[in-house]
Design a protein around this ligand. Structure first.
Ligand SMILES: *Cc1c(COP(=O)(O)O)cnc(C)c1O
Length: 341
């Protein structure tokens, strides 16, 4: 119970509800570490939202959301390839994505009536069929028993609605089927919904789960505090502390995804000079931690340990064992010891 995500559940759920109500055809995305909340928790929230379909990132996550109780449709976002195996395809509530013609043929061989979404290559250049291959893909699907669930267009974060429009037009010319989109503003998405007379879906992860930052707090427990004299050696690596102060042992370490940030504030010689002149610790090559004590992010004494970290607190600042201090963690990269709320 040393690195904790504390959720104001009522406020978070009100935000989730508002978001779901404002996006027709919303598909919640539950992948990776569940955006910090864990996949089972996102299954629980998607169930409360009464979402008809959930998107997962990779094939392996299907079993996780099923075990967590999700028994409705699941879309796997990473395109299916024979390397994912065929066992997965037995699930009739599963929809796979395909982004290559040869994998489309392999899918037909593996499960002739699989439910499939065809991915269109965007300026992201991640996965997808080239526009010139769309008619051929539609022809292969049309001549098979595959159930075409739609076209997917995964746009860059800096999405241009115009790109979505022109790719959607090309896809719908090849075969009339629902559109599955992402990373569009709600007004752009609504404009596309009106323009094309097909069913549309908008996949949302970050803006849904992480959209109301005030509804959560990440805190670490202060596990121990030791006064140290200037120049005293501390830690696994016996570095000398730069000044008199305290070594503060806080919850959370490498196992939680707590990482050293590059000491970005002192890139240049000039900045280093300024840091030195102001007694800044970045000048000494120490890395800033995500832990905040007395209103400031503090420096690591050394790289984080597995489940705790050592940070330096200069004399004058105060902290006590058992205090909870805020942590500026990136939720998609952190595993919490506990989630409350
Ligand atoms: C991750 C992902 C999303 C959701 O992205 P967010 O930025 O978290 O909303 C949507 N579509 C695809 C294909 C993805 O891989």
């Amino acid at each position: 119970m040393s690195l904790t995500l504390r959720i104001d559940t009522d406020a978070w759920r009100a935000h989730l509800r508002r978001t779901a109500d404002s996006i027709r055809g919303l598909v919640p995305v539950a992948k990776g570490n569940g955006y910090g909340f864990t996949l089972p928790r996102l299954v629980q929230e998607a169930t409360l939202l009464d979402a008809p379909v959930l998107a997962v990132g990779i094939a392996e996550e299907v079993a996780v959301v099923r075990a967590a109780g999700w028994d409705r449709d699941v879309v796997v976002l990473t395109p299916w390839s024979p390397a994912d195996g065929t066992a997965l395809l037995a699930d009739d509530r599963l929809i796979v994505t395909v982004s290559r013609l040869e994998n489309l043929r392999a899918l037909i061989a593996a499960r002739p009536d699989a439910r499939v979404i065809l991915e269109v290559l965007t300026s992201m250049r991640r996965h997808g069929l080239a526009v010139s291959d769309l008619p051929r893909a539609a022809e292969i699907v049309g001549g098979s028993g595959l159930r075409l669930e739609g076209w997917t267009i995964h746009l860059p974060m800096v999405a241009h609605a115009e790109e979505a429009r022109s790719l959607a037009r090309a896809a719908l010319d090849a075969a009339n089927a629902p559109l599955w989109l992402s990373h569009l503003s709600v007004p752009d998405y609504d404009a596309i919904r009106e323009e094309f007379e097909v069913k549309t879906h908008l996949r949302v992860g970050t803006a849904l789960w992480l959209g109301a930052p005030a509804t959560r707090r990440v805190v670490a427990r202060v596990l121990d505090v030791h006064p140290v004299a200037r120049g005293e050696r501390v830690g696994y690596w016996q570095h000398r502390v730069p000044r008199a102060g305290y070594v503060v042992v806080v919850g959370g370490g490498t196992a939680n995804g707590i990482a050293m940030e590059a000491p970005t504030s002192a890139h240049t010689v000039r900045q280093r000079g300024i840091a030195l002149a102001s007694g800044g610790m970045e000048a000494l090559g120490l890395a800033l931690s995500p832990y905040r004590i007395d209103g400031r992010k503090r420096f690591f004494v050394e790289p984080p340990h597995m489940q705790s970290s050592l940070v330096f607190l200069p004399s004058g600042a105060g902290v006590a064992i058992g205090d909870e201090i805020p942590v500026e963690a990136r939720l998609t990269a952190v595993t919490f010891d506990s989630i409350e709320g």
